[in-house]
Design a protein around this ligand. Structure first.
Ligand code: 8X3
Length: 251
């Protein structure tokens, strides 16, 4: 059996691109996300090197079922990509929605925690495990309206850094990839509750935002270095984004 890579949030965007890419790198990919039909379509396109497992990373039971489905495949689990996450709203702290903040903490932080706890024994047992967590430039900067998202991403990076220390001496390396402006079909649409015009405005005039494929490339590169090489943290932005607020727009 090939080495198994588990990718969360695989039904679209960075997760789907990463699932496709890792299959070409020789992994058997377990594509996990809530939306079963989208996953089924993805896995059909990838072929026999992928398995779809419906999973909601905000549910303990769902993550436990995913871990059982992964174990049933019977191969070594060498890679977990904690990609499931997202932003909800762009409200100032003063009017921030408690529900949005709770969801962002649950999916970004506790989702990574649940997945890590569930798969760490198998990753360790493989003798050469890797966890790649998709963070964000929001993990180390703050911006107006981004309070709930940046707080969650800061917490997620604290989890990742702590884990790297706690796993010292164990055969599992911990990698964080922090993208800036990536244009995916759903990130901004979800943030703005389905408002396509607001979502489009985020990228207006930006010649070339990053794509999901750009991030998948970086994840695949980091995860396929010799196992003693640990790319702790990779920050990536489009050339048009010199810093969080310094975005070059052509109109
Ligand atoms: C997404 C980057 O700038 O929307 O993780 O917070 S940003």
């Amino acid at each position: 059996m090939q080495n198994i890579a588990v990718v969360t949030g695989a039904s679209s965007g960075i997760g789907a691109a990463t699932a496709r890419r890792l299959a070409t790198e020789g992994f058997h990919v377990v594509a996990a996300a809530r939306r079963a039909e989208r996953l089924a379509e993805l896995v059909k396109q990838i072929g026999p090197q992928a398995t779809a497992v419906a999973c909601d990373v905000t549910s303990d039971e769902s993550v436990a079922s995913l871990a059982a489905a992964v174990a049933a495949l019977g191969g070594p689990v060498t890679l977990l990509v904690n990609n499931a996450g997202g932003a909800a709203g762009l409200d100032p702290v003063e009017s921030g929605s408690i529900g949005d903040w709770q969801w962002m903490y649950d999916v970004n932080v506790l989702g990574s925690l649940r997945m890590t706890k569930a798969l760490l024994p198998a990753l360790e047992a493989s003798g050469a495990g890797t966890i790649v967590t998709v963070g964000s430039t929001a993990a180390f900067t703050v911006y107006e309206g981004g309070g709930g998202y940046t707080a969650a991403k800061h917490a997620q990076t604290a989890l990742v850094g702590t884990l790297r220390l706690e796993l010292s001496g164990k055969p599992v390396r911990i990698i964080e990839v922090d993208p800036g402006m990536v244009r995916t079909e759903e990130f901004s649409l979800k943030r703005f509750g389905g408002d396509q015009a607001k979502a489009d405005a985020v990228y207006e005039g930006v010649k070339e935002p990053l794509t999901a494929g750009d991030i998948a490339d970086i994840i695949a590169f980091a995860a396929t270095r010799p196992h003693h090489v640990n790319l702790d943290r990779i920050v990536v932005r489009p050339i048009a984004q010199a810093a969080q607020h310094k975005v070059h727009r052509e109109n």
